[in-house]
Design a protein around this ligand. Structure first.
Ligand code: PLP
Length: 387
């Protein structure tokens, strides 16, 4: 990766952000379940914001990926375009066969497909609460029941509780959703806990393990669950190019699963994946240096920000992802609004953690803006009560 280029771009971005703030209007809201979508910000407004709300990669794709995508624009006018070998590249990356890979327009599409394919006939989903709320919104739209298992007091996922919930509803369970690291808390489900879950439930229950934030994990007790697919277990692993690879706006994700499960999901896929991002994805898989840089930089900024908040007296949930949750000890919704007024987008409320604010790790400049604003918005006495 060209570090100079990244630093320069961040610097230019910082200045334009500060200038853009001057003309900010209060228009951007987070969407509420069941309400109309938020009005989109204008490009000017959006560019001026510190974007710490959606766990994105703030640096953008590296040169290698931009070049691959630029070269692929020659297919922009075609339907039958070649795909750059993306399925084969993903299969090789994970040591599986192409038949074990299904592409989606983001891993969000794969989650929707799993909902459509495996929640038919009044089947229920079992998962943690809170977890990735967009998935639960889709399940709500499908009118499928959700069995939500509360997190443990230390915000880790309750594996014995999940096993008990599956056993109590065995024949009705369509699939189990396990997000690791979990969004919004950032905590992982360890390798031992995944084994405990898979060995503790009937083997025909499907478990989908969402590894969207896999690349940011440092915990040695964590491991990807792809090896279970190689064993032929009823496991679907989802991954995305939206986070470490900085391609959120280009939409590419995938599932790794046994052929039998992929065959059940395929009819629900649109297959509508942009020609350009297929080439970008292949280049991103190769550019491990850039990803290592993003991980190192993000984790350093995350720990620096957490230390700063702790020094100010706030507790923070330990995180293994590119975001973290700080306990405000006051309702989060008005605080999110105050940040927005200052041109800083931070995480939406994640019930039932209504006093926790989720903050995505942005650039150094964005984190500085966040910390300055935090001290203005959240009075230190809010931290002191209860320690
Ligand atoms: N899964 C988790 C846990 C996420 O946090 C997200 C996005 O934030 C997604 C899946 C969907 O990501 P995408 O559709 O961009 O791959």
């Amino acid at each position: 990766m060209d570090l100079d280029r990244v630093t320069r771009r961040r610097f230019v971005g910082g200045i334009s952000s500060a200038l853009g703030l001057l003309s900010l209007k209060p228009r951007i809201l987070w969407p509420q379940q069941g309400q109309n979508p938020r009005p989109r910000a204008t490009a000017e407004e959006y560019d001026a914001m510190a974007k710490l709300a959606n766990n994105e990669n703030p640096y953008g794709p590296p040169e290698s990926v931009l070049k691959a995508m630029t070269d692929a624009f020659k297919y922009a006018n075609r339907y039958g375009y070649p795909d750059g070998g993306i399925t084969e590249a993903i299969a090789k990356h994970h040591g599986v066969k192409p038949e074990n890979v299904m592409l989606g327009a983001g891993s969000g599409e794969i989650l929707d497909i799993a909902g459509n394919a495996f929640l038919l006939d009044d089947k229920k989903i079992v998962g943690a609460e809170p977890s990735y709320d967009v998935l639960y919104q889709h399940v709500t739209a499908l009118k499928a029941d959700q069995i939500k298992v509360p997190l443990l007091p230390d915000f880790r996922q309750d594996i014995p509780g999940t096993i008990a919930a599956v056993k109590a509803n065995y024949r009705d369970v369509g699939w189990v959703y396990l997000c690791s690291p979990n969004n919004p808390t950032g905590r992982v489900v360890t390798k031992a806990e995944v084994a405990q879950l898979l060995n503790g439930i009937p083997s025909d229950v499907i478990v989908l393990i969402d590894e969207a934030y896999h690349h940011f994990v440092d915990d040695p007790n964590y491991e990807s669950s792809v090896p279970y697919v190689l064993e032929g277990r009823n496991v679907i692993v989802t991954r995305t190019f939206s986070k470490i690879a900085a391609l959120a706006g280009m939409r590419l994700g995938y599932a790794i699963a046994p052929k039998a499960l992929i065959s059940r999901m395929r009819p629900y896929g649109t297959g509508s994946i942009c020609a350009v991002v297929k080439y970008g994805g292949v280049a991103a898989l190769k550019d491990t240096d850039s990803q290592a840089w993003v991980k190192k930089t993000t984790l350093a900024l995350r720990e620096k920000s957490i230390a700063d908040l702790k020094r100010a007296g706030f507790s923070v949930i330990p995180s293994d992802a590119n975001f973290f949750m700080v306990h405000l000890r006051q309702p989060v919704a008005p605080v999110v609004e105050e940040f927005r007024k200052k041109g800083i987008l931070v995480g939406r409320p994640f019930p039932p953690l209504l006093e926790h604010l989720r903050v995505s790790v942005g650039t150094a400049q964005e984190m500085d803006r966040f910390l300055v604003a935090f001290k203005e918005i959240v009075p230190p006495k809010a931290a002191a009560v209860g320690g």
